[in-house]
Design a protein around this ligand. Structure first.
Ligand code: HEC
Length: 143
């Protein structure tokens, strides 16, 4: 049992990090890993913004924002995580920034609007889930 305790602690800390690193004992304890809706959404968000980055850099037409991103408010988090008020406000700040990328009348340059969005991803992650931050930082367009 002493061992099991550490496995649970390990899962807790790795929960929002790379799931593939989880050891086999952890799989036995928790059955198969089923990604939360939030994890699926985050992967889509990442892929979408990677594509958007290329379009911004190459001055191409931007792919419209997929509707499902608005689900960040309702997508289920990994079971042990509750949605806090702070989380909700970070979701709003993020969505506002992401939509602002499409505001062609903005005084802020497209590149800055894109980077602002990525910085809102990082802000939420610095409080909720620090693991993917290095990966997210790579989305930033260098000035
Ligand atoms: C409102 C907070 C919040 C915002 C904003 C946010 N994230 Fe996340 N992100 C999370 C949480 C929480 C998780 C962990 C999901 C879980 O465990 O259910 C996560 C998980 C991830 C993951 C890991 C998914 C996996 O493979 O397990 C990536 C990558 C990621 N986010 C990228 C991004 C990117 C890119 C953005 C911005 C375009 C972003 N996130 C914006 C909170 C946020």
């Amino acid at each position: 049992m002493k061992h099991g305790f550490w496995v649970i602690i390990l899962i807790f800390f790795m929960s929002c990090n790379d799931k593939t690193k989880k050891d086999e004992k952890a799989e036995v304890v928790y059955d198969m890993y089923v990604p939360s809706e939030m994890t699926v959404l985050m992967k889509e968000l990442y892929a979408f913004n990677l594509q958007l980055k290329k379009q911004v850099v190459n001055d191409e037409t931007l792919t419209p924002l997929p509707e499902q991103f608005l689900n960040i408010h309702t997508a289920q988090l990994s079971n042990f995580k509750a949605r806090t008020e702070r989380f909700k406000s970070f979701s709003n700040i993020f969505l506002t920034a992401q939509k602002e990328i499409y505001n062609t009348k903005s005084d802020i340059s497209l590149k800055d609007r894109f980077n602002n969005t990525i910085n809102t991803c990082i802000s939420c992650h610095s409080l909720e889930c620090t693991g993917p931050i290095p990966k997210i930082k790579k989305l930033l367009i260098s000035q």
